[in-house]
Design a protein around this ligand. Structure first.
Ligand SMILES: Nc1ncnc2c1ncn2[C@@H]1O[C@H](COP(=O)(O)OP(=O)(O)OP(=O)(O)O)[C@@H](O)[C@H]1O
Length: 346
């Protein structure tokens, strides 16, 4: 285990056994979350991002099953924990902000009582101390006049403020790891930017390590340290954010970049990736991305590429990770990947 890893996910495989077939939502993925970093997991809708998060949280239910792998939290495998232990870990150590604040907040209780209940239960605080902490948390997440709002109900808050309440709830027991799953889906762009700023501030203030799940590479550019790009249940590229934006190696990553309006320079064309993500219960042969890849060769139709080191600290799952643009990692037309996963000099 890497010395600074808070969380290490190894060869995680999560499947859903549905009437339509076996959905391979997470297909043997590995990644680490380092101490104090913000890791982005990015990919189109349906690529397995939420299922990855739910697997870490121990919240996969029928018809889903974690079939293989390890999820090491500070060296301890979460997959070996009982439901009871996982409930404690979810309260105290690893916490999650879900996509839609309305489904996570109970409309019939005040926001204050919902947060207080959690800190009373998990931190053993008295009612009065819990209320005080709740007001402090609401202040920390930027709710104006928190003391006056603590007894309001969820519907009395705007969408952005509700998401702040949810974040307050998620950090209420001072978690080590926070997973934010598309936390701004329901919000407009200005509020979205404020929420990401808030997450960055809180990360520093509370000393958390954060996994940010998003379909938007533009969001990753502004907030994350490292990024894992997922496609159809597989991580297809891993890099630091700087490296990824300087030289994306996987054709899917390149496609994502070309399809993000925020990242375009004016003279560049906005070109969405053609086609759509495959049905995870009926994946194509070879590389799952090959039907949408403009660089696909016959090999790509046959061989499912492993995620492999293509430069120090960088991995991509593409037979031609830098061969297709004829440039090596240093910008030289130097190497081509082979079908057995090696790299030959040309
Ligand atoms: N309870 C379930 N039963 C059956 N299939 C499921 C279930 N939950 C998720 N899946 C399937 O797992 C795959 C991955 O879904 P997931 O929600 O992780 O994607 P995502 O990348 O997070 O997309 P989104 O951004 O839309 O949430 C999808 O094909 C989805 O249909």
């Amino acid at each position: 285990m890497s010395t600074d890893a808070v969380l290490e996910v190894k060869n995680l495989e999560t499947r859903f056994y549905t009437e339509e077939g076996v959905v391979e939502a997470v297909d043997g993925n590995s990644f680490t979350l380092e101490e104090g970093e913000m890791l982005g997991i990015v990919g189109e809708s349906g690529s397995g991002k939420s299922v990855t998060a739910m697997s870490i949280m121990g919240l996969i239910d029928d018809p889903g099953r974690i079939e293989a792998g390890e999820i090491l939290y500070r060296g301890d495998d979460l997959l070996q924990k009982s439901n009871r232990e996982m409930r404690r870990i979810r309260g105290n150590d690893i916490s999650m902000v879900f996509q839609d604040p309305m489904t996570s907040l109970n409309p019939v209780f005040t926001v204050g009582s919902q947060i207080s209940r959690i800190v009373q239960k998990h931190m053993g605080l008295s009612k009065a101390a819990a209320r005080e902490r709740t007001i402090q948390l609401l202040e920390d997440v930027g709710i104006p006049e928190a003391e006056g709002r603590v007894d309001d109900y969820p519907h009395q808050f705007s969408g952005g403020m509700r998401q702040r309440v949810l974040i307050a709830m998620a950090i209420s027991c001072d978690p080590d790891v926070l997973i934010a799953d598309e936390p701004t889906t329901a919000l407009d762009v200005t509020i979205e930017a404020q929420i990401f700023e808030l997450l960055e501030d809180l990360q520093a203030k509370y000393g958390m390590s954060v996994i940010l799940i998003t379909h938007d590479l533009g969001v990753v550019a502004g907030t994350c340290d490292r990024v894992a790009v997922v496609y159809a249940g597989n991580i297809v590229e891993r890099a630091t954010v700087t490296e990824l934006f300087e030289s994306p190696r996987h054709p899917y990553t390149r496609g994502l970049m070309r399809s993000i309006p925020k990242l375009r320079r004016d003279e560049e064309q906005l070109t969405p990736i053609e086609g759509k993500i495959p049905d995870l219960a009926a994946l194509p042969s070879g590389c799952s991305f090959h039907p949408r890849c403009e660089h696909a060769t016959e090999d790509c139709r046959q061989v499912d590429p492993e995620l492999r080191e293509i430069a120090p600290g960088r991995q991509a799952a593409c037979l031609n990770a830098y061969g297709y643009d004829r440039e090596g990692p240093d910008g030289h037309a130097s190497s081509r990947a082979t079908t057995d996963g090696g790299v030959t000099d040309e």
